[in-house]
Structure formats: structure tokens, C-alpha cells
Design a protein around this ligand. Structure first.
Ligand SMILES: Nc1ncnc2c1ncn2[C@@H]1O[C@H](COP(=O)(O)OP(=O)(O)O)[C@@H](O)[C@H]1O
Ligand SMILES: [Mg+2]
Length: 228
């Protein structure tokens, strides 16, 4: 049977540190139906980003398996894995990760170039995505000409460019004031309402209160909040 949501089975990620091994993730089992909105909390260093990186195919488990949208990531070769990251998942990071020498429009076009979309078409698609996040009038601005909230909206436009089924947002409001942060969260929640599976790593209890499910990562182990 094809697994359409996100399914982690006994996922362990071990790092070697000064001759000792350390489990950043420790036998994690997690099943997230598609269309869910999951908030992920937990102290700094608990393994939240490592978890997101597993689901997004940015890192591989030392043992265990990760299935996302019908694909067992362990079976993908490097090319297929790049395509998975490009098409299936949209990433939003705390530090925006925009290309500083490229305009907002060019930043949003990057994943479309990688996906092989033709120039005329990708310009239209990128403009639509900027419009969607209220940044159409800033298309020709460089990131350093934009506020943090505006940069994060460009990052969201880039994340949705290839119509992903999953959005992974790793502390997306961490560098924003509360007003700008709330706007970004509202945008992500809107995308979830349209059917995108949304995982948000956050310290903000208010974000967690909007989620369908709250999980907490502690010492590399995943717990459902209220279920510990
Ligand atoms: N590349 C790495 N090499 C060694 N240790 C790492 C690496 N990446 C993360 N870690 C360690 O794994 C643990 C979990 O990290 P991380 O997932 O980034 O935590 P969080 O996102 O919850 O703050 C931390 O102790 C961190 O130091
Ligand atoms: Mg982190």
C-alpha cells in the first residue's frame, strides 16, 4: 500500500562526536496524515531540525525508514532525492536562506529553473507566488531591501513555487517580531487549509494552539503533547 502522508519508522540519527556516538534522533515513530498541521516544540538541541531534515530529505537516518508522499526516501538516488526536495517539499527557514544577490522574483524562480520550467512560464508562476504572499510590488527588490517579514514571505513564495504537498517550516518566526511572525503563520495556515501538509517547528505556544496536533521533541524522542 502506498503511504501518502508522512511515516517515520524507528528513525535514529547518530552523530559521532569526539569518539562517542550520540543519537540526535532516537527510534522515532511518527505517522502524519496528508493535510495535517503539526506543531513541533522542544528545547534547543532536542532534535527538531534533525527531524525536519529527515522528512525533507536533507539528511538521512542512520537507521529506520522515512516515507513521504508515497516515496521511501532510502530508495531514491541522489537525482531523485533532489527532485523530491524540489517538488514535493517546500522549506521555510528561520534565517530565510534567500540568495542575496538575486531579486525577490529571481529567488522564487530558482526552484522553477531547477524543475525545468520554461523562462516565460516561470516568470508568470513566480509572480503569482509573490502575489499570493502580498509581495508583488517588491518583485524587483533585493533581500537586503526588504524587512524580515517581507523576506520570509518571499521565502514562502519560493517554497510553494513547485506546488509541494508538504511544507516544513523550521522556526519561521524566530527572527521576526510578533506582528510579522503572526502574518507569516497566518499565511502558512492558509496554505494548510488548501490541503498542504504543514509542519512548523516553533517556540510559540500560540502557533501550537492552532495546530491539529502538537508534538514535542525531547532528547531525540518524539512525544505527543498531553500524551507523555
Ligand atoms: N552535523 C552535526 N554534527 C554533530 N552534531 C549535530 C549535527 N547537527 C546537529 N547535531 C546535534 O544534534 C542535536 C540536535 O540538533 P538539532 O536537531 O539541530 O536540534 P534543535 O533543532 O532541536 O535545536 C544537538 O545536540 C546538535 O548539537
Ligand atoms: Mg533547530
Amino acid at each position: 500500500m502506498e503511504i501518502q502522508g508522512i511515516e517515520l519508522s524507528e528513525v535514529t540519527r547518530t552523530y559521532q562526536l569526539g569518539g562517542e556516538s550520540f543519537n540526535a534522533l532516537d527510534r522515532v515513530n511518527l505517522s502524519i496524515p496528508s493535510g495535517s498541521f503539526v506543531a513541533i516544540t522542544g528545547p534547543s538541541g532536542s532534535g527538531k531540525s534533525t527531524l525536519a531534515n529527515m522528512i525533507g530529505g536533507l539528511d538521512k537516518p542512520t537507521s529506520g525508514s522515512v516515507n513521504v508522499a508515497g516515496q521511501n526516501l532510502a530508495t531514491l538516488n541522489d537525482g531523485d532525492l533532489s527532485q523530491f526536495r524540489n517538488k514535493t517539499v517546500g522549506f521555510v527557514f528561520q534565517s530565510f536562506n534567500l540568495k542575496n544577490d538575486s531579486t525577490a522574483l529571481e529567488n522564487v524562480m530558482l526552484p522553477l529553473i531547477f524543475a525545468g520550467m520554461r523562462p516565460a512560464q516561470r516568470k508568470i508562476r513566480a509572480a503569482q507566488c509573490l502575489e499570493r504572499v502580498g509581495m508583488a510590488d517588491r518583485a524587483q527588490h533585493l533581500p537586503n531591501q526588504l524587512s524580515g517579514g517581507q523576506r520570509q514571505r518571499v521565502a514562502i513564495a519560493r517554497a510553494i513555487a513547485n506546488e509541494p504537498t508538504v511544507i516544513l517550516a523550521d522556526e519561521p518566526t524566530g527572527n521576526l517580531d510578533s506582528q510579522r511572525g503572526a502574518e507569516v503563520i497566518e499565511m502558512l495556515i492558509d496554505l494548510n487549509r488548501e490541503g498542504i501538509t504543514l509542519l512548523v517547528i516553533t517556540h510559540d505556544a500560540k502557533v501550537a494552539s492552532h495546530a491539529h496536533r502538537n508534538i514535542e521533541v525531547l532528547d531525540g524522542r518524539v512525544h505527543d503533547v498531553g500524551d507523555r
